[in-house]
Every structure is written in C-alpha cells, then in structure tokens.
Write a protein that binds this ligand. Structure first.
Ligand code: FAD
Length: 290
C-alpha cells in the first residue's frame, strides 16, 4: 500500500457535509492559512494524489464510497476592507463577508448573510440569493492550479452564469477573492440581513439536513413548483425525502445514503420530464467515487 503523507485517514465525509452524507475520504486535511493551503497542494502533487476542495460542504452530495485522494477542508478565514472593497480568503464563510460589509457601512452584500458555505464555494458556483449573485459583486479572484501556479482572473474571465462558473469540473482552486459593495449605512444593511434571514426561516426546511436547492430553476419557472406539481412533495426513497416545506429541497430524514438522494433526484427528473417535458439540472454537485 502506498504511504499516505499527511492528514487523517478514512475520515467520514458525512461529518463535513450539510446533508450529513458521504463515505470516507482517503485523506482529510484541514487548512487554516494560505501557507497550509499551498503546502497541502504541494504534498498532494508530490504524491500524485487527486485533491477535492471542501468549503462548507453545503452544495455537495458525496458518494457512499467516499473520496479517493485528499480532501482539503478550507478553514482559512480572513477579511480586509478598503473603502467599499472587501478582500476575503477563500475559506471565509460568506456570512462573515456580509457581516464585515454591514459593520463597515457597505451595502449590496447583505444577501450573502444567508447563503451557507465559503467564499471559494460561492465563486466556484456563482452562489446567489434574493436577486443578487456572486457575479454582481466580485471584482477578481486569485486562483491556483495543482502545480501551485497562481494568477488573478477578473470577473469577466470567470464565465459566470446562473449557478456556474468556468471553474466547475476543473481542479482550479480559489485562493482569495475581492468583492465590491456600495457606500451605505450600517443600520439599513443590518435590517436587510434580518429581513432575508426571516424570509428563509419561513420558507426553507432549515431544521433538517439538506443542501439547499437540489436543482437549478429552469428558465422562467421554479424547480420546486414543478416537483410539487408532479406530486412529489413528501416523496421518499430510503432516508431521503422531498421536503414538505419546499419541494426543491431534499432532506435527510434518517440515515439517508447518497444513493437514496441520487435515486430521489432521478425520480424528480424523470417525473418532471414526463409531466412537463422539462429537464431539471442539478445544482448540487455529485462528488467522490460513484
Ligand atoms: C440551507 C441551505 C441554503 C442554501 N441557499 C443557497 C442560496 O440561496 N443560493 C445559493 O447559491 N446556494 C445556496 N445553497 C448552496 C450552497 O450554500 C452554495 O452553493 C455555496 O456557495 C457552497 O459553498 P461551500 O463552501 O459549502 O461549497 P462546498 O459544498 O464545500 O463545495 C461545492 C463545490 O465548490 C468547490 N469548492 C469549494 N471551495 C473551493 C475553493 N476554494 N476553490 C475551488 N473550488 C472550491 C468544491 O470542490 C465543490 O465542487 C444553500 C445550501 C444550504 C444547505
């Protein structure tokens, strides 16, 4: 057997995903500084190990077989403010960026307060909420490949579109990012954050393990409306259930396996296609060995 260079072996990914699902990572390494991150990539390269970046684990369905190679959990959190610009390390919770902005009297980033996960995950998937998305506020991002080479991409280089960027399905790592807000007042930013938090609590099944929207909304419609109209609200496979509160959420109501969730997703796709001739595209990313 190959000698493993660092990290924890066979760490259950179910401990690190918002769905509480996922088999073991061969090697699990937590990084808390830029130096750690760069160093871990170098060690993985030396040992020719594939790398999966883990931010908050809030947009992934990790397979029951787990992840081969290294999972790098990015806990490197750091922000700095310059005028209306905020620079953030990629492991910074998106909610922290919103909080720093509000505290500094910067408006326009309030929507980030209720999107779980990290800056890296948000740039990778162009996260968005309440009519705004990463693409609207990102200035640029420092990126790194698995050779350790770094460069800066401007917003336009990242090919952002609805819940995607050119980084998806590539091993390119977001190292840091800068965001631009607008001058405003602290009290109104804080008020807005409270409003959107309340709206979320009312509409989403936040008490049950989930991964946010399972599917992207098709043009001009809502995945949740279509799944509900197909009669699937409350449908279950194993421990996975289409939420009774919001049909575009699949919740883990027991010991759901990744396969339960995948099968339920496929059932939603099949029924919606049959009823409405619309293909639902997953928003959640399937990772690991399937
Ligand atoms: C309750 C709930 C509500 C949600 N609401 C929203 C919402 O309103 N809007 C929305 O857009 N999303 C929403 N989501 C989904 C999720 O929060 C976002 O997709 C978020 O941006 C994922 O970030 P993350 O750090 O958790 O990424 P992860 O789930 O850890 O990773 C997702 C992908 O990003 C990659 N990645 C992570 N970090 C990096 C990095 N530094 N460099 C390169 N790639 C990286 C991973 O490898 C993986 O491919 C919600 C999720 C939950 C659980």
């Amino acid at each position: 057997m190959k000698l493993l260079p660092f990290g924890v072996r066979d760490e259950p990914m179910s401990r690190h995903t918002s769905l509480h699902i996922g088999g073991p990572a061969d090697l699990f390494v937590r990084v808390t500084t830029e130096r750690d991150l760069v160093g871990a990539i170098a060690v993985a390269r030396e040992h020719e190990l594939p790398v999966l970046m883990l931010g908050g684990g809030t947009n992934m369905l990790v397979s029951d077989l787990g992840v081969r190679g290294v999972v790098l959990q990015n806990d490197w959190s750091e922000t700095s403010v310059d005028g209306t610009t905020i620079a953030a390390a990629s492991g910074t919770p998106l909610a922290s960026v919103a909080a720093v902005a509000a505290r500094s009297g910067i408006v326009g980033l309030e929507w980030m307060a209720t999107v779980p996960g990290t800056v890296g995950g948000a740039v990778h998937g162009n996260a968005g909420a309440f009519g705004s998305e990463t693409k609207d506020v990102l200035i640029d991002a420092v990126l790194m490949d698995l050779n350790g080479d770094t460069w800066t991409d401007m917003n336009a280089d990242l090919e952002f579109a609805y819940r995607t960027s050119k980084l998806q399905k590539t091993p390119i790592i977001v190292v840091r990012a800068t965001f631009r807000g607008a001058p405003g007042d602290r009290a109104s930013a804080v008020k807005r954050i409270k409003e959107i938090a309340n709206e979320r609590i009312a509409k989403q099944p936040l008490a049950q393990p989930n991964t946010g929207s399972i599917f992207r909304n098709p043009p001009g419609d809502h995945a949740g409306r279509l799944i509900e109209a197909a009669g699937l609200k409350g449908a279950t496979i194993g421990g996975a259930m289409v939420s009774t509160k919001h049909a575009n959420f699949i919740v883990n109501v027991g010991d759901a396996s990744a396969m339960d969730v995948k099968n339920l997703m496929e059932r939603c796709q099949r029924d919606v296609r049959e009823r409405f001739d619309i293909d639902l595209v997953p928003e959640v990313e399937l990772v690991g060995e399937w």
